[in-house]
Design a protein around this ligand. Structure first.
Ligand SMILES: Nc1ncnc2c1ncn2[C@@H]1O[C@H](COP(=O)(O)OP(=O)(O)O)[C@@H](O)[C@H]1O
Ligand SMILES: [Mg+2]
Length: 271
């Protein structure tokens, strides 16, 4: 670790020397550090994270050579942390809720807490609480539309990278920016990707409330340029056959999720 002023860090954050050193010693890439001032996240560099490569989206992009679904190559290491730092600063400039960088070194960041992740909120809300789920997804959709209107885009618009902050958990924040889709896509394509990733990640929470979710998808896609909207429809159409595969129950969760998302996406156009 570089020479940072630890006394100042402890003073500003309330993190104790013990907690700081414990967070450094464990092997976790991301570590929550609790202090009397709240909590913080220490994010360390990691050699290329391959988890995303095995998601349903990645497989689909390979089968169909669909550029928009391709994962942005993860560089990992110091470069990954540098990208995340720059992306966070850039999004801050546009008043988008992303973590504050409390302090950082070449290969690590200490980030402020953005609250509870959307994945946990949706998973812990019973499906019958339709209105609560609707309220939450609408907050997320509006936050994405807002950031798109500012010419910005996310990195991986998944439920695990979107948080609810604030006392009433009514502010939507975004985390995890080690890759920059803008390095291989233009802004509108990066935004269309956000819509696809969002659909892939959240459709499963609205299986029994599909027409509402389709309205939400429409809300976030309709502001995109026509070319990108057409691309989204094209991808949904290309993928439509996956619903016809035999032995679907044996194909696992990636498949199920992708199938739900494709069905939802292909219905956006129908008014
Ligand atoms: N600033 C933060 N506020 C709240 N939760 C966070 C924050 N940073 C990370 N997390 C938690 O840690 C998890 C992993 O962090 P993330 O930056 O997404 O790294 P990874 O590349 O491993 O997905 C997130 O899904 C979230 O639960
Ligand atoms: Mg993440």
């Amino acid at each position: 670790m570089e020479n940072i002023d630890l006394e100042k860090l402890y003073q500003n954050t309330g993190i104790t020397a013990e907690a700081w050193s414990a967070a450094w010693k464990n092997g976790n890439k991301i570590q929550k550090i609790q202090s009397y001032n709240g909590c913080f996240w220490l994010k360390k560099s990691e050699e290329i994270n391959r988890r995303f490569l095995y998601s349903g989206l990645e497989k689909a992009s390979k089968w169909f050579d669909m550029k928009l679904l391709k994962p942005v190559p993860k560089v990992g290491g110091i470069i990954g942390i540098t990208i995340e730092r720059e992306r966070i600063l850039q999004l801050h400039k546009h008043n988008i809720l992303v973590p504050q960088i409390i302090t950082s070194g070449d290969d690590w960041l200490l980030l402020s807490d953005l609250g509870i992740r959307a994945a946990n909120v949706f998973r812990s809300t019973p499906e019958v609480e339709k209105n609560y789920r609707r309220q939450k997804i609408e907050l997320i959709a509006n936050a994405i539309v807002e950031l798109h209107q500012k010419g910005q885009y996310l990195s991986q618009a998944f439920d695990r990278n979107i948080c609810f902050s604030g006392e009433n958990q009514d502010k939507v924040g975004f985390i995890d920016f080690e890759d920059d889709p803008g390095s291989i896509f233009n802004v509108s394509d990066s935004q269309a990707r956000d819509c696809l990733f969002f659909a892939h990640s959240f459709t499963r929470y609205f299986i029994k409330d599909q027409s509402y979710f389709i309205d939400i998808l429409r809300l976030i896609t309709e502001k995109l340029p026509t070319l990108q909207q057409d691309n989204i429809h094209l991808i949904a159409a290309k993928l439509a056959w996956i619903d016809k595969l035999p032995l679907q129950s044996k194909l696992g969760n990636d498949y199920k999720r992708l199938n739900f998302a494709v069905k939802a996406l292909s219905r956006i156009e129908v008014k």
